[in-house]
Design a protein around this ligand. Structure first.
Ligand SMILES: [Ca+2]
Length: 351
């Protein structure tokens, strides 16, 4: 299907031109695909050799690698990813919806006991676990229907980030070998993020948890495993459940003139958006510099290290963010993502 859709798109754009060029484009497309297929089979043979050298089980290789074919739509998704840039306000409007707020409150009530057990063991507030679950997969309703091995094979074959996805592919094979999930059920996003927590395979190996104790880390089906895996990820990223994420603030009138002194120099960080955060200062110092809560009142009297961010630039909203916000960024390195999780979690307070 994806294959046909891709061809259709190519043909449709060519219809604007001459019939002759239409035929040419069509022929050229077929030729390109044929070359790719031969290249792919050579590449796959080498991949299987490496899998053997790494000791991957022969039956698993036969079952999931030998018959594998790439998914053309995965590569076109990967190419078009950065084309559409949403503002923060658009992003929040599309994600922190009434449905997500109401469904999240209902899920908090439904799983209250389990979430409290997880919270007690991992020291992460249930409202943040449920918010990530809601933003990632609509509370497990949409985990992505793509075969993870096929997706990762496609992206490992594609030259753009082949090393990264090849590592993820071998991590995925390890997960199958360990028996956490059956190959046919190992589904996820087109980019290989798996299950209700949307873990890449390497994150699964590092952070996924068998909370219900059945011997499998099942982030596809077990609510306990899903919640504990999300909580464990946040905890390993430095979560502190005595704090929240931060809050919206008002900046002083002179902010534009004074903000330069708070800019970070070049810093080496794994999450690039941290470069757009100010340096971390105790909250009391931001208070001294004239930063206030969104309603104009004083900032809380605590000394958390905190940064100011303005994701939509100087004309957009401003937020003061604590270390927990950085833990959410480890989950997904985008300020808008972390703010969507944070705002959704705030809608769960008192529920
Ligand atoms: Ca389990």
């Amino acid at each position: 299907m994806a294959h046909q859709r891709l061809k259709f798109c190519r043909l449709r754009s060519a219809l604007a031109g001459l019939l002759l060029s239409l035929m040419f484009v069509s022929l050229q497309a077929q030729e390109t695909e044929a070359v790719d297929e031969a290249e792919f089979q050579r590449w796959l043979a080498e991949l299987i050799d490496e899998a053997r050298e790494r000791g991957v089980d022969e039956n698993l290789i036969d079952a999931v690698l030998r018959p594998v074919t790439p998914i053309p739509q995965v590569v076109s998704n990967d190419r078009s990813q950065a084309e559409f840039v949403e503002t923060l306000e658009m992003y929040l409007e599309r994600r922190v919806t009434d449905w997500r707020i109401n469904t999240g409150r209902e899920r908090l009530a439904r799983h209250r006991e389990l979430l409290q057990e997880v919270a007690a063991e991992y020291n992460v507030q249930p409202r943040f676990i449920v918010a990530i679950w809601g933003i990632e997969t609509n509370y497990g309703n949409f985990t992505g229907g793509t075969d993870v091995i096929r997706a990762l094979v496609t992206l490992a074959f594609d030259p753009r980030r082949s090393d990264f996805f090849r590592r993820e592919l071998f991590a995925a094979l390890q997960i199958l070998e360990e028996g956490h999930i059956e190959p046919a059920q190992m589904q996820g996003s087109w980019a290989g993020a798996m299950g209700q927590s949307q873990f890449m395979p390497s994150s699964f190996l590092d952070y996924a948890v068998d909370f219900d104790g059945d011997g499998r880390r099942d982030i596809w089906h077990s609510p306990g495993d899903v919640f504990a895996s999300i909580a464990n990820y946040l905890r390993q990223a430095g979560w502190d459940d005595t704090q929240t994420w931060g809050r919206e603030v008002q900046l002083p009138d002179a902010w534009e003139q004074m903000s330069e002194q708070f800019e970070q120099g070049p810093i080496d960080v794994s999450c690039s958006v941290l470069r757009n955060h100010t340096v971390q200062l105790p909250l009391s110092q931001w208070q001294e510099h004239g930063v206030r809560r969104a309603d104009g009142s004083d900032l809380p009297g605590v000394e958390f290290p905190s940064s100011i961010i303005q994701p939509d630039g100087a004309s957009g909203r401003a937020f003061v963010t604590y270390d927990n916000f950085r833990a959410i960024l480890r989950y997904n390195c985008a300020n808008s993502y972390a703010l969507a999780v944070s705002h959704l979690a705030d809608h769960f307070i008192g529920h």
